[in-house]
Structures are given as structure tokens and as C-alpha cells.
Write a protein that binds this ligand. Sequence first.
Ligand code: ATP
Ligand code: MG
Length: 760
Amino acid sequence: MQLDTRNLSPLVSHLNPAQREAVTAPPEHRLVLAGAGSGKTRVLTHRVAWLIAAEGVSPMSILAVTFTNKAASEMRGRIEQLIEVPIRAMWVGTFHGIAHRMLRLHWKEAGLPQSFQILDADDQLRVVRRVLKGLDLADDQWPPKMVAGWINTQKEEARRAEHLSGEGDFTQQQLVRIYSAYEQTCERQGVVDFAELLLRAYELTRDNADIQAHYRRRLRHILVDEFQDTNALQYRWLKVLAGDTGTLFAVGDDDQSVYSWRGARVENMINLSRDFIGCEIVRLEQNYRSTGTILNAANGLIARNSARLGKKLWTEIGEGEPIQLYAAFNEYDEAEFVANRIKEHIDGACAYTDIAVLYRMGAQSRVLEETLIRARIPYRIYGGLRFFERQEIKDALAYLRLLHNRDDDVSFERAVNTPTRGIGATTVERLRVLARQRGLSMWAAARDGGAALGRSAGKVQDFLKLIDSIAQTTQELSLSKTTEQVIERSGLRGHYQKEGREQAETRLENLDELINAARSFELQQLQDAPADPDVEGLSEPELDPLTAFLARAALESGEEQAGPGEDCVQLMTLHAAKGLEFPIVFMVGLENGLFPHIRSVDEGNLEEERRLCYVGITRARKRLYMSYAETRRVHGVEQIGMPSQFLKEIPPECIVETRPRAHTLRPAFAARGYGGGSGGSRYSAGVPAAPPARTAMPASMRQTSGPNGLRLGQRVRHERFGEGTVLQFDGDGDRTRVEVRFEKGGSKWLMLSYANLLPV
Ligand code: ATP
Ligand code: MG
């Protein structure tokens, strides 16, 4: 049937010809392979709208996979806007979210208890630790993190312990033994880790013929965003779901594959045309996001990578402003630079939400936060500091989980002596042994344990009674009221009130925030209640609010933080920034060792780091700032930073330095002839070093020059410590102190009036 596209014009009129072709293509397999900002996500969203509005496809036949839950809700919103019809019945979410949904619907067939709980990465480590103990294996020989990583890798390859037994060398055999014990423990407790969610859902659709037929009949159209970061198991699952009848519409960019460390396989893009017969590749080449300068910088950088599928990107937006590079003195100076520039932009009528600060490591956020708070700049950490991972929140959640499932050993262990109830490590260990010997959960072992628990038996019984009693009295209560009761009656509130002042305040605030979260979750659930029953008789899983809330806490921790509607600067890691865009972007910490990260370089993953840098640069629409710090405290140790090699790899005409600095600090950099676009390098010897601008430091470090004519960055000699560089001043008059980084012996604070420092 020839479609009359005139009435559908809003759906395709804002698309270029290549995008339009992809959106309106007949239902066959497609791979949209294109660079950053070329409209891949836009094409995917429009494709869904097109299928529904133009092809008459039921929203129920569509499965759309996005990279985060936030992206999923944005996509749903955009599609609803485009077609002006609510699409609640459509499955849109992350791979994990969708797997979870399927397992909730088919828990029985998947071999899970109805009340199964999700273990997050932290919980998983605890279970691994316990399993190691049970097998009498030492933690230092079998680091739990390594073991958990190995288990996850096996799961990602769809390998169960039983498939592996008898294989490999001694180490491998031990690992298989641990894996097997781990599987049994999880099974007994009714818990699943993240990798297990996917594996179970995969096995369910692969092995259960009825369920497979049902989903193949139902999910005719599968669309996947950020396809370059799918792992092996996700790929297999897609193959099973699509079968011979479903169609796959994948969009991705091999240059943005940044999760190989979590099992992502960029080869999946290449395999598509082999496994999904007839899969055509569509290329988009026009970038609609960034200025020419930003795009040139990104293109120049990524061209250094060898393993690429290769693509072109161009823009009509115009050249725009050059990228500004700031050589900060240290991380505080860097943060101050960011804060100052943010203020300038805000004065220029830009909103805080237009601005993002991106960094390589989560820990870099602390100094930025400190500085932004001082500068009264509102900010949010997006996807970083995970609310649901905070100690007090996990404590409260452990109680909630126990109410729900008494056999959840991880929660039992956490709650049993938090707050302290005189149930010591020995008793807990006894319970563990008892549970293991009898093949019971710790709860059941505690219940039946009796005298075996020694002197603490009474206290353990009291704990069981407490949980049962909370469960009973909260049975009829709402989720938020239950949460409130749990926090009170468990004694957690009282426990944290007793902590040191500042700490206690934050923790209590967080606990209150948990009640708030529960309340807004209840409201949201009411709104989301599906209006129409599923026509095929498979209604949405009817989850009680507590189960749904706990699942959400495990699946979505942290994502919610970038509060919708609130005007604030967004702070996030480069990984978390994938797929997003902002008018103004700061990329901080561009130092060798930090970015590219030393570990990745050591592991031969420089190209992935470069892709991460490419992701960062291409988040910027109009303005991009980059900075590095000459010294930075890492794990409490002052380190000297060399500018990231990526800075050299960006075409020099794209960058200008924003501020001249003392040339003495960066001789190595100057020697390479690196320089800004206007007027060459200001580092070069011979160019008079202008005094560094003031205001770069936090209060205690605000001075840039001290008495005796010494300046920041100046080389000095000390009688005993030898030569060094002035890092910062503190105090004034006679009490002026100076921090000097000596070549031998690290940095030291000295009283300036006694130090007798001589300029070199
Ligand atoms: P990334 O690789 O970073 O995920 P992407 O390829 O998914 O990027 P989008 O986020 O879909 O790109 O689009 C980038 C920007 O360009 C968005 O603001 C989008 O609205 C805009 N855009 C895309 N196509 C067009 C178009 N044809 N006309 C106008 N704007 C467009
Ligand atoms: Mg995208």
C-alpha cells in the first residue's frame, strides 16, 4: 500500500533525506551507523512514531531499548508528543529493565520465587565473600571483585557453572566451584544479580517454546539505541526475540563504544549483517548538534584510532567559538575556573541546565562540588553519587527487603546488627555455618537454631520478632508509611542521631529523602497504572508497591538525581554523558594518567579512552572548555600532571588557551610547540610570563603572590630540601605559609619568614 505521507508530514518533515529514508523504510532489518549528533536517537524515536502512526503497528508490538531509564522516559514522552497518543503498552527501557519485567511476569517458568530480589554490584560482592568463606578460600588469593567479574563474564557468555565443570586448569576449576556455590546461594535466597537478570530472561525465551512463541508473535519490531555498547548476551537475546519474523532496527556509532570493560562488543555491529539477513546499513553524515570547530576537534582526535568502521561528519552550523583550554595550577584552580566561567555564562542569560561538567572519574566531583557550593551555583550529580547506595539508605532498604523476603541473607546480615543489638560477628558466623549445613536461609537457621546460637540466642529471637512485628503492623500501610515505620522501629533513626553532628544530619536527611522517594513512587505508580488490559491476556506484572520500589532502587539508583525541571549545572562522568547534549560543556582533568586513564593505557585500551574523549567533545553544542591541572591530589598524594596526549591530537587551530601562565611550570609542554590559535604558545621560553590571574584558589589558597616577591609556580631553593616549585600561599603578614613541591621529598608547608627561600 502506498502511504499518503502528506498527513504524516510532522513525522518526517524535520528530517533530512537520509534520516527520512531510515524512518520510513519497510519493516526489514536496518542498522543506522553514524557519528555523534547526526540524529540517530531522533531517527529511532521517529521510527517508532512512524510505525504506529503510518504503518498501524500496535504499540504493544514494539520493543525499544535505550541506554538509561531516563532516556527511556524521554523517548516515550517524545513519541507521545509526535503522535499525540499515549503509548503505555509499549515496552521501552534498558535491557536490564526489560529482562526484569519479563521475569516478573514469568517468575515461575524462570524458576524464581515470586518475591525475587535484585542484588546490586555491592550486594553481589558480599555474597561472593560469603561463598568464598564457605569454601574456605582466602579473600586475598581470590579477590571477591575479580571473582564476581569472572562470574559476570561467564553469565554474559551464557555459560552456567554446569557447562564449565571439568574444564581448564586448577584456577579455572576453583572458579567454577565458586561459581556453582554462588549460583546455589542466590537460588536459595531468591536473589538475582544484574547479569543473572539478562541470562534468565535469555534462557527463558530460548528454552520455553510457549513463551518464545508468544514474544515472537508479540514483539515484531525491536529497536535498539546505542547498539555499539550491547554485550554478547544482549545480542543473543535480540536474536532469540527476533527469530525469523521480528525486525531489528539498530542505531549506533562504533566510535562511541566505551563499555568494553563491561563486556560491550562493538563487533556486534559487524555481525548484524551476518545474523540478521538482509540488514541494510544506513549512514547519516550531517551533524546537527555542534559547531564546526567542535566537530573538527572531534574528527581530528578520533582519526587517530585505527579500529574504525569509518564515517564522515559535517555541519552547517558554522565554525563557532574556539575551544578554550585552561592550564590550571591545581584541581582547586581548575574548579574555580569552571565556576567563574559558569557565572559569566549565567550573566549572559544562559540557564544552569545548559551547562555540563564532565570528568573521567567519579571522585573528581568532590572538589568541583565544594567550589560550586561556595560559588552558590546549583548543581546535580547525574548518575554518580548514588542515593540508593548510601550506607543509611542500604540499611533501611535491607529492612524493607527482609519484610518482603525473610530468606534474603544479604539483607539479613546487614540488618541483624544494624543498629547494634549485641549480636556479634561470632553469632552471625554461627548462623552462616548453620544455614550452610542445613541448606537453609539465615533467617530459617536463626528461627530453628535454638541453643546452637549460644548466649546471643535470645537477642536473635528478638530480632526475628521485631521484623515479624513490623511486617504485621505495616501490612495495611502505604509504602511511604511502611518506610517511615521501618526507619523508626528498626532503631535506625535513633542510631544515626547519635552519630557526630554533621554526619548525622546528612544521614537523617537521606533517610527522610527515602520516605520522600517512596511517596513520590506511590504517586507515580498511580499515574502509570495501565488503562487498557493487555489484549493478549498478559497484563503488566501486578507488583505490590514495595517489590516495585525495591526493584527500582536496585535498577535505577542515582539516575533520578538530575531532578527534572530544576535549573542546575549537571556534573557527570564522561561515561554517563553518552547520548546527551548540552550547549556548554566543560571537560576537566585532561591529564595523562587520569585521562587517558593509566589503567586503560596499561591494559592496551588507549583507543577506548580516545573514544571516550570523542564522546565528551561531541556532547557540546556551542561552547567547549577543556582543562588540566598541573598538580592534583589523588588518593591524598600530590601528583604532577602532564597535559593529556589527547590535547595534542586535537587540531591546534581548534583550541586557544584562555589564560597565560607562568612558563616555568610547563617546560615540557612548551618544548612540543603546543600553542593556542592566536599568537602561538604562551608557554614558549622567551615570552614574558604575565602574572597569573587572581581568584583562582579557594579561600585558604587565594593568594597568588606572597611577600618577598615570590609567585605561584616560581622555582625556589631551600637550604635543606633543595629545589622546588611554589604551590600556594596561606595566611598573611608574619604568619604567611607557603607550600613548596620539592623535587626530592614531595611538598611541604613552610613558614615563609623562616624558610629563607631563594628564587632560582
Ligand atoms: P549521539 O551519537 O550523541 O547519541 P545522535 O546521533 O543520537 O547523537 P541526536 O541526539 O538524535 O543524535 O541528535 C542530535 C541533535 O541534532 C538533537 O538536538 C536533534 O534534535 C538534532 N537533529 C537531528 N536531526 C535533525 C534534523 N534533521 N533537523 C534538525 N535538528 C536535528
Ligand atoms: Mg543518540
